[in-house]
Design a binder for this molecule. Structure first.
Ligand code: ADP
Ligand code: F6P
Length: 324
């Protein structure tokens, strides 16, 4: 007979993302539905290290589905990256009688989840990050809301750049991944998108494209730059100098991480949270819950971390086709 699970914990870790609350709610309520006690652990792995956690009930996750951020708060915990930190966290989990843990975060958080499993705490992870950069999953909770925030902002910038016949250079989040930049670029009708995954030639891929656009009658343009490329102000300056089109830079920043989660984020988060609980109840551990071919599924954490998510080249190429 398999182990009987009684108590589990849930935490959010790394950068917050809209939909994390929907995931917490799903873990708590699906846990309670299945007869589990669920502890909400505060401030990521810090709470696990220090025993900062409390028993949740069904009502304690009421009124959070529609809220951005994470009611459990989140953190980047350096102590937990060391083996001594992981051991301390496992000891705290034992002290509280936790039989399992759900971690909601990005790939750094997944490495922590893997380490906990190695040290004896069964852990399941699910992707909550606006970057959509988790290799094993087609989708990460928070991405859709983030994109909607970005397009709302760029649509507004388009109004003013069109009125002034300017170039608007917009820096969006994504330190190592250009998903936000490319999909926002397609959705906003950007002329140019620069991402960290693909090298570009500034003269050919930026200046020539803008000049060609001007020669075809374009009066303004939108350039989206991923954070990993950076330098929005410098890029705007160069565009102005070399094309003659007045240019302005805008860095959207952390506004992209906030806000009420979209329908997609609420639904995916709820389904992933349910799957996390089901996996724990089935005695599984060291798994990442993910989306594959539109379905909720799960993979081994090691395998998931080893996968390579490539930003499709045809998505990047589409920007050029749509902006002729
Ligand atoms: P994300 O989960 O969004 O990728 P981070 O990379 O900041 O965010 O990771 C969140 C937390 O996960 C870190 O503060 C740390 O506690 C833990 N973590 C990150 N990388 C590792 C690692 N290599 N090994 C163990 N724990 C890690
Ligand atoms: O991982 C999400 C993310 O928003 C990245 O796109 C961004 O580079 C990073 O977090 C910024 O994190 P912070 O400013 O909170 O350290």
């Amino acid at each position: 007979m398999g182990k009987k699970f009684k108590k589990i914990g849930v935490l959010t870790s790394g950068g917050d993302a809209p939909g994390m609350n929907a995931a917490i709610r799903a873990v708590v309520r699906c846990g309670i539905y299945n007869g589990l006690e669920v502890y909400g652990i505060k401030k990521g792995y810090n709470g696990l290290l220090n025993g900062d956690m409390e028993l949740m009930d069904a009502r304690s996750v009421g009124e959070i589905l529609q809220k951005g951020g994470t009611i459990l708060q989140t953190a980047r915990c350096l102590e937990f990256k060391e083996e001594a930190g992981v051991k301390k966290a496992v000891a705290t989990a034992e002290k509280f009688g936790l039989d399992g843990l759900v971690v909601i975060g990005g790939d750094g958080s997944f490495r922590g989840a893997r380490d906990l499993c190695r040290h004896g705490l069964p852990t399941i992870a699910m992707p909550g990050t606006i970057d959509n950069d988790i290799d094993c999953s087609e989708y990460t909770v928070g991405y859709d809301t983030c994109l909607n925030t970005v397009i709302g902002a760029v649509d507004k910038l388009r109004d003013t750049s069109s009125s002034h016949e300017r170039c608007s250079v917009v820096e969006v989040m994504g330190r190592g991944a250009g998903y936000i930049a490319v999909e926002a670029g397609i959705a906003c009708g950007a002329e140019v998108v620069l991402v960290p995954e693909y090298k570009f030639d500034f003269e050919k891929d930026v200046i020539s494209v803008i000049k060609d656009g001007i020669s075809r009658g374009k009066k303004h343009c939108i350039v989206i730059v991923a954070e990993g490329v950076g330098g929005a102000a410098e890029i705007a300056k160069k565009i102005q100098e070399e094309t003659g089109m007045e240019s302005r830079a805008t860095i959207l920043g952390h506004i992209q991480r906030g806000g009420s989660p979209s329908v997609k984020d609420r639904v995916v988060a709820s389904r992933m949270g349910e799957r996390c609980v089901d996996l724990i109840l089935a005695g599984k551990e060291n798994r990442i819950v993910c989306v594959e071919n539109g379905e909720i599924t799960d993979v081994d954490i090691e395998e998931g971390l080893a996968m390579d998510k490539k930003l499709p080249e045809d998505l990047v190429a589409l920007i050029g086709k749509l902006s002729v």
